[in-house]
Write a protein that binds this ligand. Sequence first.
Ligand SMILES: *Cc1c(COP(=O)(O)O)cnc(C)c1O
Length: 220
Amino acid sequence: MFSSSWHQISSCLPVGVNLLAVSKGHSATSIRCLAELGQKDFGESRLQEALPKISSLQDIPDLRWHFIGRLQANKARAVLKAFAVIHSVDSLSLAERLSRIAGEELVRPEIMIQVKLREDPTKGGMSREQFLKDWKTLSHLPNLKLKGLMTMPPMMFSLQDRKELFIECRELANQFSLSDCSMGMSSDWEEAVEAGATWLRLGSSLFGARCPSLTNSSQI
Ligand SMILES: *Cc1c(COP(=O)(O)O)cnc(C)c1O
């Protein structure tokens, strides 16, 4: 059902650009279909919605779950237990908490720092200034693999403005020798690829429209 867009997009990506299938709002059955084509990385943004799907798909080998939503401190332990990668670490205090709990749980998650390089009251993320200030502490947290930066452009941005923002994110990551940039969604992933993204987070372009009942029921 989703095979044509998945094949089409994954076959045209340059080496080093990874496809994260954002499965929020889609059923475990839909995820299984995509996994059968060879997709291994799936992104979810709400813990409550994700957990039952993750547990019902445990029989599939090598699936990697990525957390991409706003992460409340009190959900940190549960997220660390279920997810291998967290793209949405948006403060030093959250990173410190994740590192401490990861030590207790004997896990070593990959993380991206979510940065907000433009004013946008609707999104989380560290400002450039905050990131520069906290970098030293962040980079020394013992139980996290700090892989890169994640960013999202403000909704009304043109594709040109998005691309400029993505290029700035890539440059900031390079400045600190961070390999990954998680940027680009269904509407702007081509700009993100041109700017040097390594993780594209694609939902609707792979799966079609989201099912509201799945996302609403778990919006805690
Ligand atoms: C939902 C979501 C996506 C995917 O959005 P699409 O426009 O459906 O591709 C990507 N990143 C984050 C953080 C999301 O919440």
